[in-house]
Design a protein around this ligand. Sequence first.
Ligand SMILES: [Zn+2]
Length: 78
Amino acid sequence: MTCDELVAALVDFLGGELVIEVRETVEVHIRGCARCEAYVATYTHTTRLTRALPRCGAIPPDVEARLRKALEAEMGGE
Ligand SMILES: [Zn+2]
């Protein structure tokens, strides 16, 4: 599995909809690839944050700025 394939499979992976073979392939790749491991960790974190947010209404600018900063720090400054 390449990094691109992992990113493409990530949405299904986090939704728990991947067949077990693909899930294992993803997990093996993550173990051997620090970049994708960080990506998955950030993506999982973001998904959780997004679910915790209210369904309507804009995010206050200061909250958005803090969120952005936290995400950037987690992505390793990319
Ligand atoms: Zn990778």
